[in-house]
Design a protein around this ligand. Structure first.
Ligand code: NAI
Ligand code: MG
Length: 486
């Protein structure tokens, strides 16, 4: 795969490829379920393939867990909770988490390579963002394990029991860390299901957990599709459900546990507004917009997928954006030069290309970078739409791809009204030179996270979560403990 980049250099030479080596990544041909500290064959005997979305080649076979496998996992989780984990002094729980955090750091190169192979995101992201955040998350919650009474002064905290956790494919190992680390720190045990296209790093984490000596059954990892997830949600002995994924599945889960005493957190979709005022540092804002929507192929629930530009700078911002888009390198995710890797699955690629067609049919004006795409694998050019109306589907619905819908505004009142006028409320961005405008907007925007003069910045100490159809509950920070305690 060649990355041609004429626009950046102004001459016809493509960049030389600089692929990361994958020779050190240890991947088995077949993975079983991780239950009770052991690798267990699925009772149905069924396995499914996980592929590399950049090459469409099979990487490994993954066990498909059915309801009876899930039952076994929940039982082993309950046993570990009752006999070991809930009895262990908190500082001992912390030590295990510190050990897991360090082991993730030690194996970070291999984890980054596997994340990129299995999911399609660029190696630069998995190496510099995902995996460092994974270990940071374990370190952060390790520190809380024996200090819970300081997080909730004058209250007696108690763990919940067995946590069933279902995660998506956009940040596979990071979402596993977001779920597992606080659950264990608070004294719960876990049954986790990774997404069907990206199970491998969760299974590598199971190997790390095994090597760490964590008592058997404290963490169980079951792989499979939606039915496996549904079996976890419905299991009567699960005390807490944590889900990150689509709003549709989130609603199904909420319905299915209504009337039970299961505790629930949902982190669902988004349609974030990135708002650029005329007094913003424009070049910095351009980088923020690019990062906001093209980072991780736009497979980000908090992606800055709607851009609101103040009318008097709209032409300038849009022309700079287009120029910058032309310089983005789309292609082999394992190449260290690559900005935009592979779309996670054929199905997601279809969703994105369908939305691009919808945008054109709705009358919006499309611009795509002129880069060439690899012949194999799932790729799409970075895309923006202008002449977008508030009613267009591309400005209301989550696309989950590198597609930006641009609208203009004149006043603060107008942009607040437009930004809030979607069913989602996960995140937003504000670009301006004026601190007062930032504080004014953070009050008025109905979004769980508002970034000011930056975008897509994550830190384990900072809580994350949404309003409205983006879900409820917070992950990260001290707030993230609340979801795993009585
Ligand atoms: P999805 O919501 O179906 O998948 C997320 C996880 O839920 C996966 O592990 C899946 O196996 C599991 N799951 C599916 N059906 C389930 C059920 N009935 N009960 C329990 N678990 C179930 O998301 P999908 O289909 O992969 O993506 C569709 C759209 O969802 C994307 O285009 C995007 O818009 C959105 N999405 C949002 C994410 C976020 O971070 N908020 C992450 C992934 C997708
Ligand atoms: Mg895969």
């Amino acid at each position: 795969m060649k990355n041609e980049n004429k626009a950046l250099s102004g001459w016809d030479a493509p960049y030389a490829a600089a692929p990361e080596s994958s020779s050190h990544a240890k991947i088995k041909k077949q993975y079983d379920l991780f239950i009770g500290g052991k690798w267990v064959k699925p009772s149905s005997g069924k396995y499914f393939d996980t592929i590399n979305p950049a090459t469409e080649l099979k990487i490994a076979e993954i066990a498909e867990a059915n309801a009876s496998d899930v039952d076994l996992a929940v039982k082993s989780s309950r046993k570990a909770y009752d006999t070991v984990w809930s009895k262990l002094p908190a500082k001992e729980r912390g030590k295990y988490l510190f050990r897991i955090a360090r082991m993730i750091q030690e194996r970070s190169r291999e984890l980054a390579v596997i994340e990129t192979m299995d999911g399609g995101k660029s190696i630069r992201e998995s190496r510099d963002i995902d995996i460092p955040l994974v270990s940071a998350h374990f370190f952060y919650y390790a520190g809380w394990a024996d200090k819970l009474e300081y997080a909730f002064p004058n209250r007696k905290v108690q763990s919940l029991g067995v946590a069933g956790q279902i995660i998506p494919w956009n940040f596979p190992l990071l979402m596993a860390a977001w779920k597992i680390a606080p659950a264990l720190a608070c004294g719960n045990t876990v049954v986790l299901k990774p997404a069907e296209t990206t199970s491998l790093t969760a299974l590598k984490l199971a190997e790390i957990i095994q090597d760490s000596g964590l008592p058997d059954g404290v963490v169980n990892i079951v792989t499979g599709f939606g039915a496996t997830g549904a079996a976890i949600v419905k299991h009567p002995d699960v005390n807490k459900v944590a889900f990150t994924g689509s709003t549709d599945v989130g609603k199904l889960i909420q319905k299915s546990i209504a009337g039970t005493d299961k505790k629930l957190t949902l982190e669902l979709g988004g349609k974030a507004a990135n708002i650029i005022f005329d007094d913003a540092p424009i070049d910095q804002a351009i980088e923020g917009i690019i990062n906001g929507i093209f980072f991780n192929q736009g497979h980000v629930c908090c992606a800055g997928s709607r851009l609101f530009v103040q009318e008097n700078v709209a032409d300038l911002v849009i022309s700079k954006l287009k120029r910058r888009m032309e310089t983005l390198i789309v292609g082999d995710p394992m190449d260290k030069n690559t900005d935009i890797g592979a779309i996670n699955s054929k199905q997601q690629l279809k969703t994105i290309t369908d939305y691009i067609e919808i945008g054109k049919n709705e009358g919006a004006e499309m611009f795509q970078s002129s880069c060439s795409l690899p012949g194999k694998g799932f790729f799409v050019r970075p895309t923006l739409f202008t002449n977008v109306a508030q009613s267009h589907r591309i400005s209301r619905e989550e696309i989950f791809g590198p597609v930006l819908a641009i609208q203009t505004f004149r006043t603060i009142e107008e942009v607040v009204e437009k930004a809030n006028n979607v069913p989602y409320g996960l995140s937003a961005g504000v670009w301006t030179d004026k601190g007062s405008k930032i504080f004014n907007l953070t009050q008025k925007l109905r979004a769980g996270v508002v970034w000011a003069n930056t975008y897509n910045k994550f830190d384990p100490t900072s809580p994350f979560g949404g309003y409205k159809e983006s879900g409820f509950g917070r992950e990260g920070g001290m707030h993230g403990l609340d979801a795993y305690l009585k």
